[in-house]
Design a binder for this molecule. Structure first.
Ligand SMILES: Cc1ncc(COP(=O)(O)O)c(C=O)c1O
Length: 432
């Protein structure tokens, strides 16, 4: 992907977030209607649309860090020129593996009658079955294709799950977390309730979570493994969280965002194995480093007491909100793609080399899982700005609802990592 494409991607993401805003009212209305999608004798009354300006003001605090960062990106591009180093986004600068491209080429040139045509909301049965089988193998739970809704990436799975929750209330989110979790919750007219992870090891602070969860808690969103922290949650921790949620008066949904679960050395345990009301969110974009190709899913635990109704609602919401389906091309390619091993080993090896260099320079670094390293700095915005002036792009903790760290990605090209690291070390140590 060229720098220019990537820049316009950020702009497109911003405008799609803004485009969502006018639907806040309608989405809450639909989420609150138990008969959504059912035939009705009289047409439903429409509610007045919320105008862009007022909603933008309500969402401004959630949008601001990303918008500030986008301006820095322009600085990094201008200052870096040919020496620009992108250590910020998870984009793979070298592109996906050649065998991944080959599968996509074959899918694009196959000549079945309905190839590249519409597929049902929620996706076609065959790729959904592949996703379900992989989840069943991984978790030991009897996932079937009808527990899975294929979506255009994890972003879409997350927004649909949030919209499918009973109306109003709050959603508890341990932070730091992936940037847009609170944005999606706020866009849907709910309260994002941020609860810090333990600063010393980024583990769950169960006491703080117990204080935050109340009778209006509709869901808890946990990024497993953590992004940006790279923290894996172990079985004991997840069991303790499940006990907490089981005691909660509102029977919250646990949304387990598992976009990075392939990038682990230690065994990955999904919260779906300990808590029945769990929805797993996943992105094939991370697995195959094809993030622009928008394929992900929401899968509802077979143990969830209302699994069938929830998947049916998600499918209706995919239609009602125009999320549609992932492209037919990606759905056709999935069975073949699933047979390929993702390029985890080389990404993790690059990450370990990077981590060793940072630690040898005396820096505090976290990130056992994921493709990311989280590096302690005095002031994350100041460090990000100083690096942008040197043409090196990293993400400040503020993007992840945290402060005092920067995130680097090992999906960057080797030469970018090498060059960028010298600057990261100098800036983080204050040598500059
Ligand atoms: C934790 C997490 N959730 C969701 C997403 C969005 O994934 P997708 O590109 O599949 O929509 C990302 C992307 O970086 C992520 O890191």
């Amino acid at each position: 992907m060229s720098v220019r494409d990537e820049t316009s991607r950020s702009a497109a993401e911003r405008s799609s977030a803004a485009g969502d805003l006018s639907r806040v009212d309608a989405s809450s209305a639909i989420a609150s209607r138990p008969d959504v999608g059912a035939a009705s004798a009289s047409a439903p009354k429409s509610s007045p649309p919320i105008r862009g300006g007022s909603v933008a003001a309500a969402l401004a605090p959630w949008l601001a860090p990303q918008e500030r960062f986008d301006a820095l990106r322009a600085t990094a591009l201008a200052s870096g020129g040919a020496r620009f180093c992108d250590l910020a986004y998870a984009n793979a600068w070298g592109g996906p593996l050649p065998e991944v491209r080959e599968v996509l080429r074959r899918a694009a040139t196959s000549t079945g009658d309905l190839d590249l045509q519409y597929t049902p909301y929620g996706g076609a049965v065959v790729p959904r079955r592949f996703a379900a089988q992989a989840l069943a193998r991984r978790t030991g739970l009897p996932f079937k294709h009808d527990h899975v809704l294929l979506t255009p990436g994890a972003m879409s799975a997350l927004t649909l799950l949030i919209r499918a929750l009973p109306a109003g209330g709050n959603v508890v989110i341990p932070v730091p977390t992936w940037l847009d979790h609170p944005l999606y919750v706020a866009t849907d007219g709910r309260e994002p309730r941020l609860v810090p992870l333990r600063e010393e090891d980024f583990g769950l602070d169960l006491e703080a979570l117990a204080r935050a969860i109340d009778e209006d808690t509709r869901a808890l969103i946990l990024t497993c493994p953590g992004n940006p922290t790279g923290r894996l949650f172990d079985a004991d921790e997840l069991r303790a969280l499940a006990e907490l949620l089981d005691r909660a008066p509102s029977a919250p949904l646990l949304i387990s965002d598992e976009c990075h679960r392939d990038y682990v050395r230690d065994p990955f345990v999904s919260p779906v194995t300990s808590y029945a009301r769990t929805a797993v969110v996943y992105s094939y974009g991370k697995r195959f480093l094809t993030q622009g190709q928008r394929l992900g899913y929401a899968a509802i635990s077979p143990r969830h007491p209302e699994a069938a109704a929830l998947v049916a609602d998600l499918r209706r919401l995919a239609r009602a909100h125009g999320h549609g389906t992932p492209t037919a091309l990606m759905q056709q390619a999935l069975p073949e793609l699933k047979a390929l091993a993702p390029d985890v080993a080389s990404v993790l090896a690059r990450k370990e080399r990077t981590r060793a260099r940072l630690e040898a320079a005396g820096l505090v670094v976290r990130g056992d899982a994921t493709m990311f390293l989280y590096v302690k700095v005095d002031d994350d915005w100041a460090a990000t700005e100083a690096l942008a002036k040197r043409g090196v792009l990293v993400l400040p903790a503020a993007i992840f609802h945290h402060r005092g760290w920067i995130r680097l990605t090992a999906s960057a090209r080797e030469d970018m990592l090498d060059r960028g690291l010298e600057h990261v070390i100098a800036v983080a140590r204050g040598d500059a």
